[in-house]
Each structure stands twice: as C-alpha cells, then as structure tokens.
Design a protein around this ligand. Structure first.
Ligand SMILES: [Cu+2]
Length: 175
C-alpha cells in the first residue's frame, strides 16, 4: 500500500521536526542552571564571563540599541534578526509620525519565532511570524511617543515561553 508508506514518511518527518525543536528548547532550558554553577565556580568579583560555550553574545538583558534613520523613501528602515532567544537589535528608536518598515528575519534552526507589539493607542499593533528565508515586512506609523514592548509569544509544550527566556525588546518612539 502506497498510502501507508507516505503516512509513515509524513510521521517520520514530523517526528524529526518535533525532536529537533525539543532538543533545541531543552538545551536552552538547561542553560541557566549551568550558568549559575559557572558563576559559583568563578567567584571572581569583577569577572562577568561571557558564555563562550554557547558561542553567542546575546546575553539575556543585554541591550543592543539601534536608532532608525529615514531612508530616501521617507520611511524608517529597521532590520531585526530573531533567534534563540533574542532579537538583535532589541532596542529600537524611531521617530513619531514617520512610517516604519521593520524587516524581521530568523536565524536558521527549527524553533519558530514571531514578533508581537500590542500598542494600538500608538498605532503599533501586530503579531507576525517570520522565517529565515522569507523575512517578514511589517509597516506601521507610530503616532505617540513612548516605550512599547516587543516580544515573541511562542512556547514549546511545557517549556518556558520565549519571552521569559529573554526574547523581548523595546520600541521607543521619540518626538
Ligand atoms: Cu521565539
């Protein structure tokens, strides 16, 4: 029966995907504990060791600031990369009443991400998935100065949400 073979293949690829995401999430989940141990071991006062083991510089809470410039088309262009579990940049400064074009791209990997900002009072209201091959283009015009949180609302099974793991940032609208 052909159908059974296709079903088996479909099941196998779904299983592989789920397993890959599980592996990625579980690896990240285990991180805080080991980071704490590392801190205990290296009790040197001034040393704030970079997490070289993981090979990334997207430490939780570390601000990567970007001030948007207005392009020839009159819009403020901002490019964001999303990965496990961060946005880069994660602090974006834009001018009020000038259109913004966000281009959001994902790093490679199986873990899905999105970007959410819920500030309709300021003209910013979106929730968009983005991929590594097709970046999302998000257009809006901020109408009110202030600070608005952006975050990823994805979560895998019982693991901590991506937001809780540091996948959030700020859009600051200035006069
Ligand atoms: Cu995410």
């Amino acid at each position: 029966m052909r159908n059974i073979r296709y079903m088996f293949l479909a099941f196998l690829s779904i299983f592989t995907m789920v397993f890959a995401v599980y592996g990625q999430e579980a690896k990240q989940e285990a991180q805080p504990a080991s980071a704490q141990e590392m801190k205990k071991e290296a009790a040197a006062p001034e040393a704030k060791p970079l997490d070289k083991e993981e090979g990334h510089e997207h430490a939780q809470g570390k601000e990567i600031r970007m001030v948007a410039t207005i392009g020839a088309d009159g819009a403020q262009h901002v490019e964001i990369t999303g990965g496990e579990y961060y946005y880069d940049p994660n602090y974006i400064v834009v001018k009020v009443n000038v259109p913004v074009e966000l281009k959001v791209k994902k790093t490679s990997g199986y873990v899905p991400h999105d970007i959410v900002v819920k500030a309709p009072e300021a003209g910013i209201d979106f929730k968009t998935d983005f991929g590594s091959k097709e970046p999302a283009i998000i257009k809006f015009t901020p109408t009110k100065a202030g600070k608005y949180t952006m975050y990823c609302d994805k979560r895998f099974l019982f693991f901590k949400s991506h937001r809780d793991r540091g996948m959030e940032g700020m859009i600051e609208v200035v006069e």
